[in-house]
Write a protein that binds this ligand. Structure first.
Ligand SMILES: *Cc1c(COP(=O)(O)O)cnc(C)c1O
Length: 366
């Protein structure tokens, strides 16, 4: 009999569909013979990396023959100081995706129910499926998390609930009151994972800060990342803040050197980049308004967003996507999220946003 690896793979793996990332600019250039490409597909920081991170990288290059500090002592100390928490509450990951996977492997598996929202970030579903847990997908309300309904779906077998605030890809959010009400309803034996990947972009006047809830809720864990506002998506650094006992369990599963030496150094540098962060938030605020206004003028409906991207709705999203690609603009189709008439557009620099609007005005408006 020929060798068939699907006969020996774990059942959870066989049902998996691989995560579809945004098309890299290089790939589009190659495929379409373009030399100018605008990538608005992966919610990256359009300003490039912070200068403080680049300087830090430069200074650690001579150390590259060494393994990184597996405890990431200096980075943890700096994050802890910034967030006014203790270093033993931190779990670092090769991107927060890595932390999300550690959580899934530590707290879910066969016989466990895991709750997340319809249209929630794809990684929650991927991890849940991979470990063989049962997903409970709660219908969204106006594209956002329906926290009341999510609380009602908790079963005796529930161990994990994933929340994203703001959510990717919808840009939807919930406020302090909604989070507080929700946490009160969750039994102590259920871990709530609050993914705040876009925290820095979320208006401080409106955003709940998950870290403020940790002292009252030891069953809460907050995820953050250096990939978005801190401009280090290519280096892969993210982390969770939790009760130290939760962090201790995650640490048992974690690969000892999961955050590499360059990533640790750059993240440490990025924490000093206050002007860069302020500028990133400002560029994003202006760009979001530019896109919302420009799309509205073209008669294109958008969903309200609290992050660094927005969702636009079309009658023929896949055709529009093709038009954009042919004209060197990469956005993210959302049919994999069950939103086939939607494209997700990351906020770019002013000229990049304008390029997208110009292509739509010429070829794709209504
Ligand atoms: C981008 C994103 C992440 C972060 O991914 P990294 O692995 O840290 O790059 C996590 N959660 C959500 C909802 C995201 O959109």
């Amino acid at each position: 009999m020929p060798f068939d690896p699907t006969r020996i793979a774990q059942p959870g793996i066989l049902g998996l569909k691989p995560y579809v990332p945004g098309k890299p600019a290089e790939t589009l250039k190659r495929e379409y013979g373009l030399d100018q490409v605008v990538k608005l597909a992966s919610n990256e920081n359009p300003l490039g990396p912070p200068p403080e991170a680049l300087a830090a990288l430069e200074s650690v290059l001579p150390e590259l023959a060494r393994y990184p500090d597996g405890e990431a002592f200096r980075l943890k100390a700096a994050i802890a100081e910034r967030l006014e928490i203790e270093p033993d509450q931190l779990t670092l990951g090769n991107g927060s995706n890595d932390v999300l996977e550690l959580i899934g492997r530590t707290f879910s598996g066969p016989g466990v129910d895991v709750i997340y929202s319809q249209y929630a970030f794809a990684v929650y579903a991927l991890v849940t499926q991979a470990v063989g847990a049962r997903p409970i997908v709660v219908p969204a309300s106006q594209w956002g998390h329906d926290l009341d309904a999510m609380a009602e779906h908790i079963t005796p077998a529930t161990r994990l609930i994933y929340l994203a605030n703001p959510n990717n890809p919808t840009g939807s959010c919930f406020n302090n009151q909604a989070l507080a009400n929700f946490l009160k309803k969750v039994p102590a034996e259920v871990l709530v994972v609050l993914d705040e990947a876009y925290f820095e972009y979320f208006d401080p006047a409106e955003r709940p800060d998950g870290i403020q809830y940790l002292s009252d809720y030891p069953n809460l864990l907050v995820c953050r990342t250096f990939s978005k506002a801190y401009g280090l998506a290519g280096l892969r650094v993210g982390y969770s803040v939790s009760h130290p006992d939760v962090a201790e369990l995650l640490n048992r599963v974690r690969q000892p050197f999961n955050v590499n030496l360059l990533a640790q150094a750059a993240a440490l540098g990025a924490l000093q980049a206050e002007d860069y962060l302020r500028c990133s938030i400002e560029v994003n605020r202006a760009g979001l308004t530019q896109l919302e206004t420009g799309l509205r003028h073209l008669g294109i409906e958008t969903l309200p967003s609290h992050a660094n991207f927005l969702v636009a709705r079309f009658d023929n999203a896949m055709e529009i996507n093709e038009v954009l690609l042919r004209n060197g603009v990469i956005v993210r189709p959302l049919q994999g999220y069950g939103m086939p008439d939607c494209l997700r557009i990351s906020v770019g620099l002013e000229a990049e946003n304008q390029r997208l609007l110009d292509v739509l005005a010429t070829h794709g408006g209504r």
